[in-house]
Every structure is written in C-alpha cells, then in structure tokens.
Write a protein that binds this ligand. Structure first.
Ligand SMILES: Cc1cc2nc3c(=O)[nH]c(=O)nc-3n(C[C@H](O)[C@H](O)[C@H](O)COP(=O)(O)O)c2cc1C
Length: 208
C-alpha cells in the first residue's frame, strides 16, 4: 500500500501537483474567596492551564478513531472539525483526479468552509490537530481551521493517519500558516488503532 501511494504521489508530482460536596456544618469555611479583578482578567489563561484539545477532521473514520484514542490516553477533550459541505464517497475517490478532494488538494489556496467556528481554542493550552494525509498534505479544511482561530501562545502539534505515507511536511505546512505565533512541536503518524502507551510515549517526548 505504501509503495502504491509513493507511486501515486510521484505520478502527481510529474503532473505538476505540488469537592464541591456539601457539608452543611462547614459550608462557609469551604467557600473560596471572591476573585480579584486581576484574577478575573486571567481567567482564560488560568482555565487553559495544562488542558489539551484534540481537534480532528476525519472523512471516513480512521482519524476519528485515533483522535478518540488520543483524547482518552491524554485526558484531553475532543472537537470535530466539520466541513460545511461533508465529503461524499465520490468526493474522496482519489483514483479520479477530477473529484472534489483531489481538486482541492491541488490548489493550495483553496479553503473549504467550516460548518462552525466554535472550537474553544482559548480554553486550552495545547492543541493537537488530527487529520488524514491527502496527497501528502493535510486536507485543505485543516488550512481553513488553522487560519480561522488565534493560536498565539498555544502549544501545537499534529497527529495523522494515512494509507502508508508518513506525516511528511504536512504539519510544517500548517505551522507556517500560524506564522510563528504558536509553539509547534513535531507531529507523528499513527495507526487508527494506536494504543495509549504509544500515544503517551510520543506526547511525553514533546517536553510540554
Ligand atoms: C483524496 C485522498 C488522498 C489521499 N492521499 C493519501 C496519500 O497521499 N498518502 C497516503 O498514504 N494515503 C492517502 N490517502 C488515504 C488516507 O490518508 C487514509 O485512508 C486515512 O486514514 C483516512 O482517514 P479518515 O478515515 O480519517 O478520513 C488519501 C485519501 C484520500 C481520500
């Protein structure tokens, strides 16, 4: 399968595709002091703490499975990146160069619309982007997503699934879009069934 993808990609390059428990007796003792204005102003940053968000796009379920395994392994939350117009099986037929996903990937300026822009980025310190490899890159919807939010000061990294290709330059491409505002760490390709130990070993090695 890997060889097949490498052959396909070479062909495309040739073609020019580049405790709140209540204890009535002691309730008053347990009431936390009211927040100062300064503390309140820092609410977002404090809430973000060490929290991790896995923001994933998946057209056929593989990356969804990886994203879910990752969230479980790291105690992270999940957010699904959904295109306004979902991809049909026909859209995803990479054997036909005229189908939607392939046409979009050939155009690096193409930005498919998002179904919503409600990802709670401000509440998280670390954002893990998860996506399938499409023609050696992240799907264009990931470009749309990265351009739609302010990732200033966030830790960011990427995980992906594929039919055999490695992560390649896909995460570096997304990192460039954030224009150096985020603290990017190396991403990794996983199988959809990656286990908690493998995921934790990768994440712990990032030094976050
Ligand atoms: C349009 C398109 C392009 C693809 N390009 C590649 C590729 O370049 N290399 C590769 O190994 N797999 C490629 N694949 C296979 C997907 O990366 C793989 O099936 C992935 O696990 C799908 O994830 P999903 O189920 O989350 O959508 C491509 C799939 C599609 C639909």
């Amino acid at each position: 399968m890997k060889k097949l993808w490498i052959a396909c990609l070479s062909m495309l390059m040739v073609l020019g595709l580049m405790g709140c428990g209540t204890d009535n007796g002691k309730a008053e003792e347990k009431t936390p002091p009211a927040k100062t204005v300064a503390q309140a102003a820092n609410t977002d940053a404090a809430a973000a703490g060490d929290k991790i968000l896995v923001a994933y796009f998946s057209a056929t379920g593989n990356t969804k499975q990886l994203a879910e395994n990752t969230a479980k392994a790291l105690g992270a939350d999940l957010y699904e990146i959904r295109p306004e117009s979902p991809y049909t099986a026909e859209d995803l037929n990479y054997n036909d160069e005229t189908t939607r996903a392939t046409v979009e990937q050939k155009n690096d300026g193409f930005r498919p619309s998002l179904a919503d822009k409600n990802a709670p980025i401000a509440s998280y310190k670390t954002i893990i982007l998860a996506y399938p490899i499409w023609w050696a890159q992240a799907p264009r919807i990931m470009d749309t997503f990265v351009e739609s939010y302010d990732f200033t000061g966030k830790n960011m990294t990427a995980i992906c699934t594929s039919g055999g290709s490695d992560i390649g330059s896909s995460a570096d491409y997304l990192a460039r879009i954030t224009k150096g505002k985020a603290n990017w760490k190396p991403g990794k390709l996983f199988s959809p069934q990656a286990g908690a130990d493998e995921i934790k070993a990768w994440y712990n090695g990032l030094g976050l």
